[in-house]
Each structure stands twice: as C-alpha cells, then as structure tokens.
Design a protein around this ligand. Structure first.
Ligand code: LIP
Length: 290
C-alpha cells in the first residue's frame, strides 16, 4: 500500500504557511465579490491562497491533479479520477472571513483511486489543526481525536448550516429540518459558518452530529475522513453511502444517531459537483425515510 505520509506532512506545512496570508488579510479591509447568491462571497484572499497552495503542490508533485473551489468558480470542471487529487477549499467560511467572525479554515483532502487518503482542516484563528490519514486515526494539534459515541439523538448537539441558498424551497427545507430536530428534541443546534470546522466538532466529540445539504466536495472531503478516523459515521442524508460529490452529508457519533437524523431531515435537489453545469435540476424535496 502506497504511503502518502510525505504528502500529508507537506499539506500540513502548506496550511501553516498559507494561514499567515489568511490571518493578515483577516484584519484588513476586503474586496468582496458575489458568486451564486448574495450570500456566496469570494475575496482576493480566497483566490490568492488557492493559487499559492496549488503552485506549491504542483511544483513538488507535478503529476497530481486538483479540485479547488476558486478554480472551479473560474470555470474548471470537477472531475475526480484515479489520479492523486488534492481537493482544496482555501478559505472555508468566507462569509466569516469577511465579517471577522473567528471561524475560518483551510481545508485540504487528498484522494487516490477516488478514495480519500488524508484530510487536513486548519481552523486558522483558533490555531486548531485537525488531520487524519486513512487507517491511522484522527488528531487535533497532534493529540488523538475521538467522536462522542452518543447513540441517543435526544442527547445530541447537532451542527448544521443555512448555506448560501436564498431561494424559498431551500430555505423552507433547511429551516423545517431544524424545526423537526428541535422537536425530537435534541439538546441543541449550532452553526459555525464553515462546514469543515462544523464537521470537525463531531470528530472532536464536542458535537454529536452534523448534516448539510448544498455544500460542496471541497467543504467536506477533508473533514469526512477526520470524522471517520475519529470513530464517527459519515453517510448521505438519505442513509446511503457517503458520496462527496452529492452535496449532501450526515456526520455523526454513531450509526443510530446518523440514521435517526436521516429519517427526520429532508433534502432539496442540488446539482452534483461533478455534474455538468448545463444540466437543469428541479423537483420537490425528497423525503428520506418518512
Ligand atoms: C461555506 C460552507 C458553509 C456554508 C456556506 C459556504 P465557503 O463554504 O463551509 O458550510 O454554509 O454557504 O458554502 O464558501 O466559505 O468555502
């Protein structure tokens, strides 16, 4: 079995270097542009950090491939092949970054033969580096991470997001999901504004579940392996196997909690990340298990 530890260590060193650019810009005025909605923001720093990461990786591993949030926004296709591929979100939590809300992360996943080999989520302001390599456990700043193992959903803190969508169907689906969870009841619902850091709370045991519909592969690919290597469960919101391109995810402390959440929440239709943008996606929300 190939050993990708050198790539992991290189990725960690790059996150630390790139975080200096993020943290300097965090305190400064920002030039903000809109992408898919009035809440889907991008700054020059997002683009600059992604360019720095890709250039450094390409220099060291010229045959590797990339899926980067801002490269895709600039028109590149999302194509996960068997080639070694780095899946990069240069700033996860861009709205937080613009507002100086202190949860912003660099997220880097690495996949070979379409299987994630490692993930790195560096929460820059907190200086918390979450990492995991397939089969070798999950860590926070080098200390082992363990999910809570909670099996009773009524004893859970659940993390989710109201993402960038502002259409009625998405908002009514997302807010009714929160309503149904609170009526179970669960102990609480939280949102940090960054899917990657949200999911890492499940790996760290500070939250017992995370779910979201509408995020992208670069938001969650790294955190998904961190949750799994911390003993957590990651699946699609319909209870099927996790698919990082589907734009739907549940990460949880146990199968019992994950499956209970899959029964309660609905998903609105989203075009897959790897689906050509000219394909139309429409239809009523799918109701999972109820
Ligand atoms: C963000 C996600 C977050 C979601 C936001 C946005 P970005 O990623 O991490 O969970 O609610 O809409 O998609 O755009 O900051 O990299």
């Amino acid at each position: 079995m190939a050993n990708w530890t050198d790539c992991l260590n290189f990725g960690i060193s790059l996150c630390k270097q790139a975080s200096e650019v993020v943290l300097t810009a965090f305190q400064q005025q920002k030039d903000v542009k809109l992408k898919s909605s009035p809440a889907d923001l991008v700054t020059e720093t997002d683009q600059r950090v992604e360019k720095i990461l890709i250039a450094a990786i390409r220099n060291r591993y010229p045959e590797h491939r990339f899926i980067g949030e801002e490269s895709v926004a600039a028109g590149e296709r999302v194509e996960l092949t068997d080639h070694p591929t780095w899946i990069i979100d240069p700033i996860d939590g861009t709205v937080n970054f613009v507002h100086r809300f202190p949860f912003v992360a660099i997220s880097i996943a690495f996949a070979v033969n379409k299987q994630t080999e490692f993930g790195i989520v560096y929460s820059c302001v907190e200086d918390k580096l979450f990492s995991a390599q397939r089969g070798r456990g999950a860590f926070l700043n080098g200390a082992p991470l363990h999910a809570s193992g909670q099996e009773d959903v009524s004893r859970c803190v659940v993390v989710t997001e109201i993402g960038a969508e502002r259409d009625d169907l998405a908002l009514s689906t997302l807010t009714s999901n929160i309503f149904r969870l609170l009526k179970l009841p669960v102990h609480g619902v939280r949102a940090l504004g960054t899917a990657a850091v949200d999911m890492c709370q499940v790996a760290a045991g500070g939250a017992d579940a995370y779910y979201h519909i509408g995020m992208h592969c670069w938001d969650i690919a790294a955190a998904a392996i961190i949750v799994k290597e911390a003993g957590g469960v990651v699946m699609d919101t319909d209870g099927s196997e996790f698919d990082m391109m589907s734009r739907r995810v549940i990460a949880a402390s146990s199968d019992a909690v994950a499956n209970r959440i899959a029964q309660v929440i609905q998903a609105f239709p989203c075009r897959r990340d790897d689906e050509d943008s000219d394909k139309c996606v429409c239809g009523a929300p799918s109701v999972n298990g109820v």
